[in-house]
Design a protein around this ligand. Structure first.
Ligand code: NAD
Length: 454
């Protein structure tokens, strides 16, 4: 394979192509990153912030152009493609200020000792990213890695190389030579990058790839930050505002055609309110407009490719065969388009309630009481996000505290207030990013101490 061809998932047309980086060239690319590392580190935290700051407005200004490439290559509705790019650009200034605060030296002292915690670069960071948010996922890895003083080699998903290329091209205009580079390819290039002379691996992607990366990185005890898959539950308590719960369920199960790590994939609803809740979910699902992301008014785009589509359809069909009832959707796919599908009569013997779907499908299981809801929600190796909807907030909070997810939303999605980390529990993450402590995972903390004068 000498070129990666990028296809529009809505039409199958070629969008463009990029040359693949031969795996054998990776040591040279990484050596270039090492050569640039010293100068970049010596700029200091403020110097790096000043270099990066103009990239924010430049990215925001290019949002329409880059967002259009994003949508053509990945399929999400155009306003969301443009929005993703604009959000990264417009928010960069604030992110940089947060990073400066997180990575500035911190002084600790007791009766006898004064210590300064300083945050130093590891060296070269390999950033390996997925296709579902093909600008924000690279952005979330590259920016903190650079601010911590590392140089970066990005290997974006082989399914969205063009948009990643545009992102890096623009970023490079603001940085010295070699500070950030992009390599293209699939798992082969990813493996070669992990095995190369890199000191930190910031990976976002599937649990299976995360496991392989951790095993390889373990040979030299390289640092890793792994943001992995999920199987997020939503619990609907019997005192919930059902309208709001159904609204959230439909938005969060079908946004980006369900190709979101924190998509709602499993719903546990209490018996007494289940019929009305299901009715509302079906009604709202029926109103969704499915089609090419380039068309106006479209809310749900295609699956990224035929492989993902087949995986989703196979899970639906298997669940059906095991007795699940289709409330809406479930019809044969058209091209890479899968109709938003709501299943009921599901249970945890079915793969659709255990394995990540990453498609526009949600299973609703009826439960009897809070304990059964919590037990079902926790019956998963994943632990990324979760949500609880309930009228009595104290009760909903008690339920939320018993969920083994990294991020739990009460009457909302799982994202925290600004400054919160983005974190997966259990097998959804290994390390995490954002927020003060997340930013610090991109740096080596060192403690420099001296005796306190009497
Ligand atoms: P993937 O794991 O197949 O691929 C991700 C990246 O890793 C790609 O660039 C791929 O080429 C590379 N890769 C694959 N195997 C590798 C290996 N052994 N060594 C090195 N690199 C390797 O994932 P995907 O299909 O691109 O993305 C979907 C997954 O990402 C889902 O599981 C989703 O939940 C997860 N995700 C998680 C978050 C989060 O914040 N936790 C965010 C977005 C996506």
């Amino acid at each position: 394979m000498s070129e990666l061809i990028s296809f529009d998932p809505s039409t199958g047309d070629e969008v463009g192509r990029v040359p693949v980086t031969p795996a054998a060239d990776l040591p040279v690319v990484v050596a270039r990153a090492h050569a640039a590392a010293r100068g970049w580190a010596e700029l200091g935290l403020e110097g790096r912030r000043d270099a990066l700051r103009p990239f924010g407005p430049a990215l925001a200004e290019a949002a329409e152009r880059i967002g259009t490439i994003l949508t053509r290559e990945m399929g999400k509705p155009l306003p969301q493609g443009i929005g993703e790019v604009r959000y990264c650009g417009a928010g960069l200034g604030e992110t940089l200020d947060e990073l400066v605060a997180a990575l500035s030296p911190e002084r600790l002292e007791d009766d006898a000792v004064i210590s300064d915690l300083v945050f130093d670069p590891f060296g070269v960071c390999a950033a390996i990213t997925p296709w579902n948010f093909p600008v924000s996922m690279p952005h979330w890895a590259v920016v903190p890695a650079l601010m911590a003083g590392n140089t970066v080699v990005l290997k974006p998903s082989e399914k969205t190389p063009l948009v990643a290329d545009e992102y890096i091209r623009l970023l490079r205009e603001h940085l010295p030579e070699g500070v950030v580079q992009v390599v293209h390819g699939d798992e082969e290039q990813g493996r070669a990058l992990v095995a190369a002379d890199v000191q930190l691996i910031a990976f976002t992607g599937s649990r299976a790839a995360g496991r392989a990366i951790l095993a390889e990185a373990g040979k030299d005890l390289k640092r890793v930050v792994l943001e992995l898959g999920g199987k997020d539950p939503l619990i609907v308590l019997d005192d919930a505002d059902l309208e709001a719960a159904a609204q959230f369920a439909v938005m969060n199960a079908f946004r980006n055609a369900g190709q979101v790590c924190v998509s709602t994939e499993r719903i546990y609803v209490q018996d007494s309110v289940a019929p009305r809740f299901e009715e509302l979910v079906v009604e709202k699902t029926r109103a969704l407009k499915v089609g090419s992301g380039m068309e106006e008014g479209i809310e749900i785009g295609p699956m990224i490719d035929a492989g993902q589509r087949d995986h989703v359809i196979a899970q639906i069909e298997a669940a059906r065969g095991e007795g699940a009832k289709v409330l809406i959707g479930g019809d044969p796919p058209r091209g890479n388009f899968v109709s938003p599908t709501v299943l009921t009569g599901v249970d945890h013997r079915m793969a659709i309630m255990r394995d990540e779907t990453f498609g526009p499908v949600v299973g609703i299981q009826r439960v009897d009481g809070d304990d059964e809801a919590v037990a079902a929600a926790n019956d998963s190796p994943y632990g990324l996000g979760a949500a609880v909807f309930g009228g009595d907030v104290a009760r909903a909070e008690r339920v939320a505290r018993r969920l083994s997810a990294g991020m739990v939303g009460i009457n909302k999605g799982c994202g925290g207030a600004s400054g919160s980390p983005w974190v997966g529990a259990r097998q959804s993450g290994y390390g995490y990013h954002s927020g003060r402590d997340g930013h610090r995972q991109f740096a080596q903390v060192r403690v420099v101490s001296r005796p306190k004068e009497a």
